[in-house]
Design a protein around this ligand. Sequence first.
Ligand SMILES: Nc1ncnc2c1ncn2[C@@H]1O[C@H](COP(=O)(O)OP(=O)(O)O)[C@@H](O)[C@H]1O
Ligand SMILES: [Mg+2]
Length: 234
Amino acid sequence: MLLELRKLSVSYGKAVALENVSLQIAAGEFVAVLGPNGAGKSTLLRAISRSQTSTGMLEFRGESLHGHPAHAVVGKGICHCPEGRRLFPELTVLKNLMLGAYLRRDATAVAADLSVVYSLFPILEERGPQIVSTLSGGQQQMVAIGRALMGKPSLLLLDEPSVGIAHRLKIEIFDAIKRIQQGGTAILMAEQDAQSALRIADRVYVLENGSVARSGSSDELRDDDHIRRIYLGI
Ligand SMILES: Nc1ncnc2c1ncn2[C@@H]1O[C@H](COP(=O)(O)OP(=O)(O)O)[C@@H](O)[C@H]1O
Ligand SMILES: [Mg+2]
């Protein structure tokens, strides 16, 4: 297993945000986490990238991540594209992208990965010298995903990449995410757009109130009555 969680829990003071979550991701797999606002999706991704402490088993390539700070986890190949993007709005597109590669020393490999990002999102090459705050929300999301890719992840964590984005760009972004997986990167994507997530992910976990309420292949969950009623509205 690339990533394995067993009975992972997170509390904020006395409030339990994640309780006994067990989840696995194989190398190259595309897994989506669905669930309503407040279900614990962002908390789960933050626990995995170690920007949030947790209890329970949290292993990457068979090694516990507990005790490792967030930057060390990036070095191991887990890159987090967080909720709300967290870009540097006053810096250029190119500066923001290159910040994702700050731990890397091999300039040739970094340049090759920048070309990969530009081939996924051609508009970013055009906008390279532009200040990020002047881009549309969808283009900023592309920068955020591109920056995470510049860390050369074997596991990419994406937190609601489609939120607040115009429909056309949303399709473009989901297509690019699928191509990232096809290039060999495993993906864990939190998403509220269940329809899109079920279309591109291999497997899905449904989080409700901090616990896994359902899990299975996208095909299985598309036919699940609970999912159809609550998440697909059919
Ligand atoms: N930094 C925080 N401090 C206290 N409570 C938090 C914090 N972040 C999230 N929570 C709470 O934890 C629960 C899960 O939140 P979150 O992981 O953001 O869910 P989701 O991403 O699914 O919307 C919610 O009840 C939320 O209010
Ligand atoms: Mg969230």
